[in-house]
Design a protein around this ligand. Structure first.
Ligand code: SAM
Length: 235
């Protein structure tokens, strides 16, 4: 099976339990991480949310006035269905939030958009799933308008040994165990654990952004470096 099909199907299978597990297992800290990410964004007219999933980042950026319109791209239709349902129920300044959000099926490594189509690009917890990170980052740079900002949120590996111990314990044992029981999927959360541990972070991730064409790459670790916000511009 093609890798992109495999990832789309994996997230289709866990879509129904994804939000509950995310918020429950992180004790809702994931909501704070998305809020902080949105705080780092400049106001923009039209933002592309790559790997939009169930739309939590999109909802936050529209609520905070950081995006007037959002287009979300994802390989999993089921994740986007959950996101659409959430957006349908919400209002912003008395108007339907759904009127401001478009969901599109597509691959981050081969986006169905013209060059320089968006004023901003975001991606929360999507990059580590890309088959080829560099292709995904190059595509983000291509579709961003000059002067625009890319804002990425991704898991990282904490520096502190004690925190690392609990991090490893959590991602290697606790998350796959609870994920397996709640989502009733034997493999998805084991895959997610592997994808976190073998992914680049910090300076190395910024270097990938710069190689993809972005400038002024910076990063901001959150909660002992468990997760990190990456920011860069296109000139
Ligand atoms: C961990 S979820 C993150 C969802 C959401 N952004 C959030 O913050 O909760 C990862 C999402 O990335 C999507 N994804 C993975 N690889 C992708 C790719 N190559 N192109 C588009 N979407 C992808 C998956 O389908 C899934 O919905």
């Amino acid at each position: 099976m093609e890798e992109k099909q495999h990832i789309g199907q994996l997230f289709d299978r866990i879509a129904g339990t994804y939000d509950g597990l995310n918020h429950g297992l992180s004790l809702n800290i994931d909501k704070r991480w998305r809020r902080k990410t949105v705080q780092c964004m400049p106001e923009a007219e039209h933002v592309l949310d790559v790997a939009i999933g169930t739309a939590d980042l999109t909802i936050e950026m529209i609520r905070k006035g950081k995006a007037q319109r959002v287009t979300g791209l994802d390989l999993s239709d089921k994740m986007m269905e959950i996101g659409k349902g959430k957006v349908e129920r919400l209002k912003v300044k008395g108007e339907r939030m759904a009127d401001r959000v478009a969901f599109m099926h597509g691959n981050a490594q081969d986006m169905p958009f013209e060059d320089a189509s968006f004023d901003g690009v975001t991606c929360a917890y999507g990059c580590r799933n890309f088959q080829n990170l560099d292709e995904g980052l190059r595509e983000m740079c291509r579709v961003l308008k000059p002067g625009g900002q890319v804002t990425i949120l991704e898991f990282s590996y904490p520096k502190n040994c004690l925190i690392r111990f609990f991090y490893d314990l959590y991602f290697t044992h606790i998350l796959p165990f609870i994920g397996r029981i709640v989502s009733r999927d034997k493999t998805a959360y084991t895959y997610l654990n592997k994808s976190v541990k073998h992914f680049c972070w910090g300076e190395e991730f910024v270097q990938h952004m710069q190689e993809a064409g972005f400038k002024e790459g910076t990063f901001r670790p959150l909660t002992f470096g468990i997760t990190t916000i990456y920011i860069a511009k296109k000139w």
